[in-house]
Ligand binder design. Structure first.
Ligand code: FPP
Ligand code: ZN
Length: 423
């Protein structure tokens, strides 16, 4: 009889008793959680009894075909993302770079032209041609152009106008709105910090007060909420931490509370480490919510940032000698529960595939394969080496080489001067 892969057997034996214990009290939340556990168990069981597959396998070719088609044609169901078109470029381009699949020059040039049509005359990028500029598609467009990484791609970005746009959404308390007169939340601080650092437009005043504002978003749970006082959530926590890393102010956060350190006799709130689901293996976004493949990046992607920050601040006992999350369990969740059999990845069994989940499941899979430091520097690949993805830069979530190349390119150019602004 064929051997069950060691990591999977290990995961099942250790964790099958870790399902929700509801003490026979049914709530909407507990019923939903039990349904998800059942679906996940079915997916793991299907793998265990399918003797044609000895190892969990990444369906590389199917994902590649799905992504390639999406660059030229989207189904009607994507019309709701008409204000997120640069995101679609980024999600697909980043997924392709993770799979090690280059795009041809003609496609690259078409994407550059399309993104230049999304750029606003007032600076920044909009969700589509003729729409208002917004920090989220601006982040996606700059990342997409850096992934393409040609002179033509870099030249699409009007850095002077981008800086003007960033100042137009900067608030006196250090926060940023997502667009002019829009909502404030910690995503905007990250999007602004990401594009400004990649394109070398950071002035002495642009992020004045921003680290202090982000710090106010870390709450009693240890994680970071959208705005001060709000519930901690993986998406916002990644944004807050990555922004602080860009500002080189990550030490201002309570890093131990964010990680979830447990001190002898004195348990503290365990934030991110407790967001990995004991049975499913994937991550939830916030306490008492369901596993979702996209948090494979928003939560697990936080851990390389935390690892480096703790190491830099002398906490080697926390960062160097212990695993921060169960890397095999996360890979098993992504490979066995989040792949659509015809290509593309998804939130959880039973959900449809989409480009957002394809991008963030693959990004999380890459983090789980390459994460580590010190004694933990080796790769951990569940399944065949054919499952190996390219590594990511944990701050920008594009390839580390593309970050280095963009930084080198834009650092040859002077930081633009703002007219009528004492920057
Ligand atoms: C909750 O959705 C989701 C949020 C409150 C926001 C999530 C934020 C991100 C994913 C970060 C975005 C990053 C950038 C760079 C723009 P939900 O209630 O449907 O999901 P849940 O039940 O899993 O919490
Ligand atoms: Zn999701």
């Amino acid at each position: 009889m064929a051997e069950i892969p060691k990591t999977l057997r290990c995961f099942r034996e250790e964790h099958s008793g870790e399902k929700l214990k509801d003490d026979d009290v049914l709530t909407v939340t507990s019923v939903e959680q039990k349904t998800v556990e059942l679906n996940v168990e079915e997916a793991y069981e299907a793998f265990r009894i399918d003797r044609s597959m000895l190892q969990p396998a990444l369906q590389r070719e199917k994902h590649f075909q799905y992504l390639k088609k999406g660059l030229r044609h989207l189904s009607e169901s994507y019309s709701c993302l008409d204000a997120s078109r640069p995101w679609l470029c980024y999600w697909i381009l980043h997924s392709l770079e993770l799979l090690g699949e280059p795009i041809d020059d003609c496609m690259a040039s078409d994407i550059c032209q399309f993104l230049s049509r999304c750029q606003s005359p007032n600076g920044g990028f909009a969700g589509g041609p003729g729409q208002e500029p917004h920090l989220a598609p601006t982040y996606a467009a700059v990342n997409a152009l850096c992934i393409i990484g040609t002179e033509d791609a870099y030249n699409v970005i009007n850095r002077e106008k981008l800086l003007e746009f960033l100042y137009s959404v900067k608030q006196p308390n250090g926060s940023f709105t997502m667009h002019v007169s829009g909502e404030v939340d910690v995503r905007s601080a990250y999007c602004a910090a990401s594009v400004a650092s990649l394109t070398n437009i950071i002035t002495p005043t642009l992020f004045e007060g921003t680290p202090e504002w982000v710090l106010r978003c870390q709450n009693w749970e240890g994680g970071i909420g959208g705005v001060p006082g709000m519930e901690a959530h993986g998406g916002y926590t990644f944004c807050g931490m990555a922004a602080m890393v860009i500002f080189k102010k990550e030490w201002m956060l309570d890093l131990k509370a964010l990680l979830g350190e447990v001190e002898a006799q004195q348990p503290r709130w365990r934030w991110v480490t407790s967001r990995q689901m004991r049975f499913e293996g994937g991550f939830q976004g916030r306490c008492n919510k369901l596993v979702d493949g996209c948090y494979s990046f928003w939560q697990a992607g936080l851990l390389p940032l935390l690892h480096r920050a703790l190491h830099a601040h002398g906490n080697d006992s926390l960062s160097m000698t212990r695993w921060m999350f169960h890397q095999e369990a996360l890979q098993e969740y992504i490979l066995l529960c989040c792949q659509n059999s015809t290509g593309g990845l998804l939130d959880k069994p039973g959900k449809s595939r989409d480009f957002y989940h394809t991008c963030y499941c693959l990004s999380g899979l890459s983090v789980a394969q390459h994460f580590g430091g010190g004694e933990l520097l080796h790769e951990i690949i569940v399944g065949d080496t054919n499952n190996r993805l390219e590594p990511i830069h944990p701050v920008y979530n594009i390839s580390p080489e593309k970050v280095a190349q963009a930084v080198m390119h834009f650092h040859k150019l002077p930081v633009p001067q703002m007219k009528n602004n004492s920057n």
